[in-house]
Ligand binder design. Structure first.
Ligand code: GLU
Length: 379
């Protein structure tokens, strides 16, 4: 296949986004688990081209490295992590080559891991690179660097990755292509009465209950990870769609400003970038467990507690690492950068305190940095 897609100029005005992130899953890249196929990519590529012609910037988050590389390996038995990483190394090239064949403008590969997103300097470096590519009309194609990641430092699914990327590149719209039409009230494969939800205003536990478990035989994610992604993106003020990427009609509708699947409305009170990063991108390296009554001292932007309220410290973290603050009952109160390492907090806790450890820091009673505190919905 060596086919560049031609598209006539478009004059429709209802597709009004400034910058979109489009997530394409393994089931669309390598639908038969036997290398890349252009079956679904042609329609998606045409949509990307039309967006760019309209002046809408596009960042593509493309899965499929493992699925595209699998056919080159002789593995009858269960695949080990090492084999999957090798498949990703092989398939990533094939997947990029497939996309490249479909466009007559340059594309670029951005491979990253949770470790990169977690580190503030590297996070900003990713942003810088993405903006530079976009400013030069180059299509960034993002994937997790599966060949080098360990489970600990992995995002793990490209639904969540696409939402983190959407936040990182200041997108105003995230489109997640699925192999179903959107979010149903129940599993449409087993319940004939399941209905497609056209619009979701707020993602709560009832919405998550509709998703069930992981359901894709090719990729990693299912409806649950798509909802996690929608939650991440909408809380940053990003409109999110889950659409059926198997049908080009989905993209035609999107382009006409219509909703072909389920749309998730952006939050009316979006988090600022720093708080969003802490809440949705940075993984907590440890936990500080506080007395239950600290839950009553939460305001919109502060959790009032000091070291006397701490009842336990879980995990190893350094000063500045992201921690989760939760009560003894398990209610998650906040995520924040810790002012002290877990070592110091453990000393405090065991009353074997070296007073100077706390006194030498900026604020002897403060456990978390106020300007990097994100209050969580109490759950
Ligand atoms: N990064 C994985 C891959 O390229 C895909 C993860 C997912 O399926 O969401 O194979």
């Amino acid at each position: 296949m060596n086919k560049k897609i031609q598209t006539n100029a478009v004059d429709d005005t209802s597709f009004h986004w400034r910058r979109i992130v489009l997530k394409v899953g393994s089931a669309l890249i390598a639908p038969d688990n036997n290398g890349c196929s252009s079956r679904y990519l042609l329609g998606i590529a045409e949509f990307i081209i039309k967006c760019r012609m309209r002046g809408v910037q596009v960042v593509l988050v493309s899965s499929g490295s493992v699925a595209a590389g699998a056919h080159a390996f002789n593995t009858e038995k269960e695949r080990s992590i090492a084999v999957k990483k090798a498949m990703a190394a092989k398939g990533q090239m094939d997947m990029m080559a497939s996309w490249d064949r479909l466009f007559d403008f340059p594309i670029a590969q951005l491979l990253l891991t949770q470790g990169d997103l977690q580190d503030h300097d590297r996070y900003h470096s990713i942003r810088e690179t993405a903006f530079e590519l976009l400013n030069n009309d180059i299509l960034p194609v993002v994937n997790e660097n599966d060949a080098v990641t360990s489970d600990e430092m992995k995002v793990g699914d490209n639904d969540n990755l696409s939402a983190m990327i959407a936040a990182a590149v200041d997108a105003d719209c995230l489109i997640i292509c699925s192999d179903v039409n959107g979010l149903y009230t129940d599993n449409p494969n087993t319940n004939p009465h399941a209905e497609l939800l056209k619009q979701v205003e707020h993602i709560d536990s009832k919405i998550f209950d509709m998703a069930g478990g992981p359901d894709s035989s090719v990729g990693t994610g299912g409806m649950r990870t798509k909802l996690e992604a929608a939650e991440k993106a909408t809380s940053n003020g990003i409109m999110t769609y889950i659409v059926n990427g198997l049908h080009t009609s989905s993209f035609n509708k999107l382009f006409e400003g219509k909703n072909p699947g389920t749309e998730f409305l952006p939050s009316k009170k979006p988090l600022d970038n720093r708080k969003h990063w802490i809440t949705h991108t940075s993984k907590a390296k440890g936990e500080v467990i506080v007395r239950n009554d600290v839950a009553d001292k939460i305001t919109d932007d502060n959790v009032d507690f000091d070291h006397n309220d701490i009842v336990n410290v879980v995990g190893n973290f350094a000063t500045g690492d992201t921690i989760l603050v939760r009560t003894e009952k398990g209610t998650k109160l906040a995520k924040a950068a810790s002012q002290h390492s877990s070592c110091v907090l453990n000393l405090v806790l065991k009353e074997r305190i070296d007073e100077s450890a706390i006194e030498n820091s900026d604020d002897e009673n403060t456990i978390i940095e106020e300007n990097s505190l994100a209050i969580l919905e109490k759950k």
